[in-house]
Design a protein around this ligand. Structure first.
Ligand SMILES: [Zn+2]
Length: 174
């Protein structure tokens, strides 16, 4: 059987492309894609996933924060699907903290991100929502949003010394 949750790895062209805006949220294709994204983020023990990571160039991301073996300190939050997200406002303050990415296995890095971010997006049901994300959730949002504009978290790293192997990372946080 075909691997349903095949993840695009760094070097795949789709990760460097700007994703398309979703026009018809109610279409079977988009609704099935969203279901698949929720399955895949959990199967891979991620805390977020963007559609281009499963080879679908659409502006859709899932935030699925809960403590798991890849992110033991992640806060528990209900899964949130964000379609065509836009950044409305971001805090001046940025903080560096660890990130990893399913598309870049084996490493972690410290990435500066805005601590607070106001975003506007469309829900799975087609409603427009304005939300303020803070701290770790704001970080997940910024990481996943980058995937929609053809960026990866390594592009945001300030100094190569902030990049470590996943093995070392688990030693550092334990
Ligand atoms: Zn990622």
């Amino acid at each position: 059987m075909k691997d349903e949750c095949s993840i695009a790895k760094l070097g795949e062209a789709i990760l460097r492309k700007k994703a398309k805006k979703v026009k018809n949220i109610n279409s079977k294709k988009i609704q099935n894609l969203i279901k698949k994204m929720i399955t895949c983020v959990k199967e891979n023990k991620g805390v977020g996933l963007a559609a281009p990571q499963i080879f679908e160039s659409y502006q859709i991301l899932v935030i699925s924060s809960h403590p798991n073996e890849r992110y033991p300190n992640a806060p528990l939050m209900k899964d949130e699907v964000l379609i065509n997200p836009e950044i409305i406002k971001k805090s001046k303050k940025k903080v560096k903290d660890w990130e990893g990415c399913l598309s870049i296995p084996g490493i972690r890095a410290k990435v500066p991100r805005h601590t607070k971010i106001e975003v506007k997006y469309t829900t799975m049901e087609g409603k427009t929502k304005n939300v303020i994300f803070e701290d770790f959730i704001a970080r997940i949002f910024q990481h996943e949003y980058d995937h929609l504009i053809g960026k990866v978290y390594l592009d945001r790293v300030k100094d190569n010394i902030d990049i470590v192997s996943q093995e070392q990372y688990f030693k550092l946080i334990s």
